[in-house]
Design a protein around this ligand. Structure first.
Ligand code: APR
Ligand code: ZN
Ligand code: ZN
Length: 361
């Protein structure tokens, strides 16, 4: 029987979001219905609301979530009702060229639920990143569910569904930070701070946090930064070089998504260093660099999408590390809020004192 639950809808471009009754169908083949327990508020939800992703309104927002599988459709064997899962927005196909070449992070056939959730009048909803988890229950592809240790708090587990995984993965998976490396992280919001956590986990000897906001730098220190640079008052490139024996960092992670900070990352790295772009630029942004400087420096320029994560590998591992006290994911949960407070959380995002607001059910 299709169920009626409450969910947060973005009705049209730049219109305030609101809670509506939505209809969740029974899971079809390969699908699962998940009772959502927590869902973080991410910038991408705001971009959907602003019409910055596409025009397929109305959206059912929310995509950084954990919950319990309620029911599964035909052919689902990897998860079962009662399993505690983190949702992911890249369920890989296992069959495309990228998957077959052992690079499922680049799968171009990722799948979501085939059926659609609707409003009461039958209007089809577009779930944010194929998830739509600002809702008491949501319909996803079973492959979007990854089982993890159920003793972790849902608010913490859900973080790995997007931003925190993107940051940790930028350091561990994309940047390949190694023992003793020097790392600089430019932009210390939730994603940059998670990159700091990842760098520390990897055994980086120096972790330089760069931001324009002293409050962010103070938090970055608690996350594991060994040095901080306020790039409003100091030259970021000079400061990072000075802190790394004049060389630049082995790995520089850009977690803002702007040309000027990318340029800083480019020049703040060691000649053979790696730049990882995890901040998401807008389509109109252009980067201008002297080609001779690209030529004259070795190393690698990489982008990190979803932290190059493999949910089935990375989610349980990071939850285990958190449960053992070796990383502190709870530090990213600034506040838990109710379903009808998502609009307020969007406003707070801009005030700069929130790493993550998490809707708890
Ligand atoms: N130089 C250094 N830091 C900057 C600059 C700048 N010019 N401009 C902004 N920042 C800092 C902000 O002060 C803030 O601490 O970047 C940080 C951005 O943090 P958030 O707004 O909290 O964003 P976050 O969730 O961390 O995401 C960062 O990664 O995944 C992407 O879409 C996401 O592009 C976004 C980026
Ligand atoms: Zn694939
Ligand atoms: Zn997100």
């Amino acid at each position: 029987m299709p169920q009626q639950v409450r969910g947060v809808i973005a009705p049209g471009k730049d219109e305030p979001v609101r809670v509506e009754t939505i209809v969740v169908p029974d899971p079809g083949p390969g699908e699962a219905v998940v009772k959502v327990q927590a869902c973080g508020v991410c910038h991408t939800d705001l971009h959907y609301k602003q019409g910055g992703i596409n025009d397929d309104f109305p959206f059912l927002l929310g995509h950084e979530a954990a919950g319990v599988v309620e029911s599964v459709g035909a052919g689902v064997t990897d998860v079962a009702p009662g399993d505690f899962v983190i949702l992911n927005w890249r369920a890989v196909c296992g069959q495309c060229r990228s998957c077959l070449r052992g690079r499922p992070q680049y799968c171009f056939n990722t799948h979501n639920a085939k059926q659609r959730m609707t409003l009461l009048d039958g209007t089809e909803l577009s779930p944010a990143l194929g998830i739509g988890a600002f809702a008491e229950k949501t319909l996803v592809a079973a492959g979007q569910c990854t089982k993890v240790d159920p003793s972790v708090s849902p608010a913490v587990a859900g973080l790995l569904g997007c931003g925190v995984m993107a940051g940790i993965g930028a350091a561990l998976n994309t940047g390949n930070v190694g023992r003793g490396d020097s790392v600089a992280v430019i932009g210390c919001g939730g994603v940059g701070d998670a990159a700091i956590v990842g760098a520390r986990l990897a055994g980086a000897a120096k972790i330089v946090a760069v931001d324009i906001d002293d409050r962010k730098l103070a938090t970055a220190k608690t996350m594991g930064a060994t040095h901080t640079v306020n790039s409003r008052t100091e030259d970021a490139v000079e400061a990072v070089r000075a802190l790394t024996g004049g060389f630049g960092a082995d790995v520089v992670i850009e977690a803002v998504g702007r040309p000027e900070t990318y340029k800083q990352a480019f020049y703040a790295r060691d000649l053979a260093g790696t730049v990882v772009l995890v901040g998401v630029p807008t389509p109109d942004m252009k980067l201008e660099l002297p080609l001779i400087d690209v030529f004259g420096r070795g190393g690698a320029l990489k982008s990190s999408w979803y932290g190059d994560c493999l949910p089935s590998r990375d989610f349980p591992m990071l939850i285990d590390l958190h449960q053992q006290g070796r990383i502190d994911l709870a530090a990213f949960v600034t506040e838990t809020i109710a379903l009808d407070e998502v609009e307020k959380a969007f406003a707070r995002m801009h005030e700069g004192d929130v790493l993550r607001s998490v809707v708890a059910f």
